[in-house]
Write a protein that binds this ligand. Structure first.
Ligand code: NAG
Ligand code: NAG
Ligand code: NAG
Ligand code: NAG
Ligand code: NAG
Length: 740
């Protein structure tokens, strides 16, 4: 007789599918195919562990092994594989080819500890809690798994790749750390028991008097539990035991700072912007106040058909550019202001299919699109541009200010901001096919003036932002180089441009430039993302404001420009000075910037620091490049300040630091809204820091935080600060407090 339990198991197993092998030895199974690119793959390489063979992949930068399921795998519980790789070289994501959607990229370093290139490590990815955030993959027609090399390329092994029908979640305490003045924040998975959690401070047990639990909507498989202690935290050593978790921290002596609400200036609401938000709910969740339609492709946007061209970003291929008018409509309806770009060269895309450098015409090119093998990158194998230059009529139709005015007139939805093109100073590279000549000072100015006049004629109240210069080098010179400066009295580009725009505006009888717009990407190389690179990334925000911070990149030694204090970027005060001396009244915007790493918690902390600095130093507008993952570290930095459910105040409050080295180790930003104070504290250090914040009112505060041992997720609670002399912020954590 078959026991009932076995019978049930037997019946059950006939109803659900079994685990599915994707790769075991020698070949892909079950109709799976490799859709990877620019990667040499050996499916029968020497094994490092069990069986006869494994997959050996050697990928160029940004190339991949990409395994495609003939069916969809959305009903499986997870994915298991063995990997031997250098974790920092590789990431993984899942895709639906039918719906063109992609999961967030998962750094291989977030898949577990011990992954190394010399031996296999088994990895399980639970689709209900993707690392590192713990967000679920969600429903979808998922059918593709991609291991993608990062910028340095990668050589690695994979083996025993399998879809799992079930993953048993073991109830577990995942992390525990001291927070604020009397809390232990504990993250958990599954149904854990809190009875046995013990906390002792300097070897004296402290009672837990209350536990509140927060279960974030984005990461429902994990909760955070705030254990309120019977006494406040203080310097010393704290030990927390919870199940098998046993952790301890040194609680250090305090860092002193004081908050002075009387010293204050407005924070521009427009600094919390992004390029290309994905949806109305994205705008609302993150509190995105400003949305930009920008980047290289918009230079060739043809509004009469919605075509565009990718330029050098992707083989000079035309494609669907989306509809600008409806885009402005929905971003404004979602509560954001809209920044639109007017093309400023002489050509725009004519369709969604043409491209500038067909192999049939230019057989001898360095690279061709792996997905469209006739489209080349326009460069000879020796690195010089192909000759003769292509006929622009192949992919484009003419464009001028008459066309621009017609388009702007017809827009049903009017943008609050208009840019004259994008990084026009490097058109000879990004749009080599239609503008092979380097753009000079004079050409750039005349294009900006012509399109600014056209725009103001049709939309007189729109703000004009220009010249959206890409980087430090081009703030000061043109693509022609310093001979162009010499031809203009050795006046560097941006000051010259501002003075010229002032005089053109006087002549026109109206302001032709409302915002001096620049792009700013932190110049230091933090690509290694190791401990030193992370510390550098967290320091480099000083380049936004600190005249004493010699940039830790080539900028710190280059002497070609004619600016004062030329090796410190000192960005916002420097630009404000240039404006004050050359075209007073112009506002300042940064329409592209980036944390330098969207996936790492330190990138999120750079974003928190940067948004705080933008407010403190009076920047007028800014938009992140581009579309940070709403559940990732950068998205959470936006959520922290202005995301749904709270609000960092609209007026700054001064923060005075006792420690002159504060900016390398932590940041504190304060603001008021009416009589209520809000404070953001970020800890850039790899250990907890504690703070004595004089003038912080004893009160109840709404608190948000991300980072630290709790990881990157939307954690929040209500706390009462009864002791402002000892407030703990865990390592690599940003905390937001707002007086209730
Ligand atoms: C608490 O810990 C003790 C000793 O480690 C163990 O025997 C007991 O089962 C635990 N109780 C709970 C509720 O976890
Ligand atoms: C625990 O704290 C929460 C939030 O402050 C409160 O609503 C609840 O009443 C407290 N519970 C106990 C048992 O004190
Ligand atoms: C603190 O933790 C470390 C590492 O887990 C351990 O070696 C040390 O003994 C602990 N110290 C205390 C006081 O529990
Ligand atoms: C690069 O190759 C092209 C085509 O072979 C040739 O015409 C050109 O002179 C070469 N340029 C350089 C700098 O060698
Ligand atoms: C723009 O192009 C159209 C069509 O070629 C032409 O009729 C018009 O005069 C041009 N406008 C300007 C300002 O050059």
């Amino acid at each position: 007789m078959i026991p009932l339990a076995a019978l049930v198991a037997l019946l059950f197993s006939t109803l659900v599918h079994a685990d599915e092998d994707i790769y075991v030895d020698g070949a892909l199974s079950g109709g799976w195919q490799n859709w990877g690119w620019n990667t040499v793959v050996d499916f029968a390489a020497t094994d490092l562990k069990v069986g006869d063979s494994s997959i050996l992949a050697t990928s160029q930068a940004w190339s991949a092994v990409s395994l495609k399921d003939p069916a969809t795998f959305g009903s499986y519980a997870g994915l298991k594989f063995d990997i031997a790789a250098t974790p920092s070289q590789l990431q993984l994501y899942l895709e639906s080819t039918a719906d063109s959607v992609q999961s967030p990229s998962i750094p291989v370093s977030a898949l577990g500890t011990g992954i190394n290139p010399n031996s296999f490590t088994t990895v399980v990815i639970d689709f209900s809690a993707l690392p590192p955030s713990g967000a679920p993959l969600g429903a979808g027609t998922w059918d593709r798994i991609t291991w993608q090399a990062l910028g340095d390329g990668a050589t690695y092994h994979l083996d025993n790749i399998q879809l799992l029908t079930s993953i048993i979640v073991k109830p577990q305490f995942l992390s525990a750390e001291p927070l604020a003045n009397n809390l232990i924040a504990v993250t958990t998975q599954g149904a854990v028991d809190f009875k046995n959690v013990t906390v002792s401070l300097n070897n004296t047990p402290i009672k837990v008097t209350n536990i509140t639990t927060f279960s974030p909507a984005d990461t429902p498989s994990r909760t955070i539990n705030y254990l309120k202690l019977a006494s406040n935290l203080k310097a010393g050593s704290i030990t927390i035991k919870a199940g098998t978790l046993n952790v301890n921290y040194t609680l250090p002596a305090v860092q002193y700072a004081s908050i002075v609400t009387a010293v204050s200036q407005p924070i521009s609401p427009l600094i919390y912007g992004v390029n290309w938000p994905t949806s109305a709910s994205y705008i609302q969740q993150l509190g995105v106040t400003l949305s930009r339609w920008g980047g290289n492709a918009v230079t060739a946007y043809n509004p009469f058909g919605d075509f565009t061209n990718a330029g050098s970003d992707w083989y000079f291929e035309n494609r669907d550019g989306g509809n600008a008018d409806s885009w402005i409509g929905w971003v404004k309806d979602a509560g954001s202001k809209a920044m639109m770009t007017i093309p400023g060269l002489d050509w725009v895309a004519k369709d969604t299919t043409s491209y500038s450098y067909p192999k049939t015409i230019y057989p001898d090119q360095q690279k061709f699109d792996p997905y469209k093998p006739d489209a080349g990158n326009g460069i000879f194998p020796n690195g010089s541009y192909v000759q003769p230059p292509p006929d622009p009529n192949r992919g484009y139709v003419p464009w001028n200010t008459t066309a621009a005015k017609k388009w702007l007139k017809e827009l049903k939805n009017k943008p609050e901001f208009l840019f004259v093109d994008n990084e026009i100073e490097i058109a000879h590279a990004t749009h080599q096919d239609i503008h092979p000549q380097p753009v000079s000072y004079d050409e750039e100015l005349s294009r900006v003036i012509a399109y600014a006049k056209a725009a103001k004629e049709v939309l007189p109240t729109t703000n004009i932002a220009a010249p959206s210069t890409c980087a430090w080098w081009f703030y000061w010179t043109s693509a022609i180089g310093y001979t162009d400066n010499a031809a203009h009295g050795n006046v560097d580009f941006l000051p010259w441009f501002l003075a010229q725009m002032k005089s053109a505006s006087t002549t026109a009888g109206k302001r032709l430039l409302d915002y001096l717009d620049i792009h700013y990407y932190y110049a230091p190389d933090t690509g290694a993302n190791d401990a030193a690179a992370k510390a550098l990334r967290l320091r480099m925000t000083r380049s936004l404001w600190d005249p004493g911070y010699v940039d830790e990149s080539w900028i710190g030694t280059n002497k070609e420009n004619h600016q004062p204090n030329q090796n410190a970027v000192w960005l916002i005060p420097r630009m404000k000075q240039l404006i004050a001396s050359n075209y007073p009244g112009t506002k300042l915007s940064i329409s592209e910037w980036s944390s330098s790493n969207d996936g790492d918690v330190t990138g999120g902390l750079v974003t928190v620091d940067t948004l705080g600095i933008f407010g403190r130093y009076g920047l007028d507008a800014a938009t992140y490049w581009a579309t940070p993952d709403a559940k990732g570290p950068v998205g959470l930095a936006y959520w922290l300040y202005r995301g749904a459910g709270t609000y960092f105040g609209s007026k700054t409050a001064q923060v005075n630091f006792a420690n002159s080295d504060a900016a390398n180790t932590y940041g504190i930003y304060a603001a008021t809204e009416g009589s209520k104070l809000s404070v953001v504290i970020l800890n850039k250090d790899t250990k907890p820091l504690s703070f004595d914040l004089s003038n912080l009112p004893h009160a109840t505060y709404f608190m948000r935080h991300f980072g630290g041992a709790a990881g990157v997720a939307k954690w929040q609670t209500t706390v009462s600060i009864t002791n402002r002399q000892y407030i703990v912020v865990p390592s690599y954590t940003a905390v937001f407090l707002r007086q209730a």
